[in-house]
Design a binder for this molecule. Structure first.
Ligand code: PCA
Length: 324
């Protein structure tokens, strides 16, 4: 075998030679390779690789960095590019949680409108963190999974609830459940071992993790449509030449359009798979729906208080768009 070992000066030279050498970016993804978010990210990476000197290689399922580490890893440049569930970043800025304000936007058209009106604030907030925004794609409307029928608050009281952000944790507490943060990659194990007995998520994640093996009930609550976003480390972005940046932006726009369409197309299909696998699928009864709405309204007020003028401006623009 003929192996050339680059050491010291020759290695440094190889890395500074710039455009003469093809560059490679590892892209950190939290969700399973077969999920549409990851599949479309892989298509995005392939499009960039085919049309530029930059090769992007995706690492799904938290294999490069776990979901909770990806934002920090991209900020620090440990990964040049990655995808993160935006609403899990509420500690950094309340604007990241706008897509998970309960019952604000519960269908795809409203979620798209909310995305459009909040996008400038999102991009600005990311820029302050020295990150470049590429695209954002929704999860289907969020439903409620439970190991037992949820006909009353008593039924769910004390259930161990799997949370993926602060809003889901607070929803759980408001409904008398006990939240623990668990990434999707660890979900099946959490339900198998009884660490989790309920959660709010989309049919997509329940399908990926075959939750029917552990959970019997799915309620189509349509609480909100949270989104993932793909972000690039600011320095890594600035190092690219303009043509490469343009190729990436085009691939990002293509990925975003495809991903929104795919999420909507798959939404009811996922839930059909639950029924086919023996889960009981339905909607909450009126009392329970009212309880979810009650807690949701409290969280909405609390969010607005934290998000201040920036949050109010987004809500006003959203209301204007809905009215138009
Ligand atoms: N799936 C992701 C976030 C929202 C969703 O539908 C998850 O459960 O981690």
């Amino acid at each position: 075998m003929n192996v050339t070992v680059l050491t010291g000066a020759s290695l440094a030279l190889a890395f500074t030679a710039g455009s003469a050498l093809a560059d490679k970016w590892d892209m950190a993804l939290a969700y399973s390779a077969t999920n549409y978010h990851s599949e479309i990210a892989a298509e995005f990476a392939a499009e960039v690789t085919a049309n530029s000197e930059l090769e992007i290689v995706t690492h799904p399922g938290g294999s490069l960095f776990g979901g909770s580490e990806i934002f920090g890893a991209v900020r620090k440049g440990l990964a040049p590019i990655g995808e993160r569930l935006i609403s899990a970043l509420g500690n950094d800025d309340a604007i990241y949680e706008v897509d998970s304000v309960p019952f604000l936007a519960s269908g795809f058209a409203d979620a798209k409108a909310l995305y459009e009106v909040s996008k400038p604030a999102l991009i600005e907030t990311l820029e302050e963190a020295r990150l470049h925004f590429l695209y954002s794609c929704p999860w289907p409307p969020q439903g409620f999974y439970s190991v037992q029928a949820a006909d009353s608050l008593d039924d769910v009281s004390g259930l161990k609830f799997r949370a993926y952000n602060a809003t889901t944790s607070k929803m759980a507490e408001g409904l008398g459940m006990v939240p623990t943060k668990i990434e999707a990659a660890e979900l099946a194990q959490a339900f198998a071992t009884g660490v989790a007995q309920s959660m709010i998520s989309s049919g997509s994640t329940g399908y990926d993790r075959k939750l029917w093996e552990h959970v019997d009930f799915y309620y189509d609550v349509k609480a909100w449509l949270p989104r993932n976003m793909v972000i690039v480390n600011g320095k890594a972005w600035k190092r690219l030449d303009e043509a490469t940046q343009a190729t990436i932006e085009t691939a990002a726009a293509n990925a975003e359009a495809k991903c929104w369409a795919k999420a909507e197309e798959l939404d009811s299909w996922y839930v059909e798979q639950f029924e086919a696998n023996g889960m009981t699928v339905g909607t909450l009864n009126a009392d329970m729906q009212a309880e979810f709405q009650r807690v949701g309204a409290e969280l909405r007020d609390a969010w607005l208080e934290r998000a201040g003028d920036k949050g109010q401006a987004v809500l006003d623009a959203f209301a204007a768009k809905q009215g138009s």
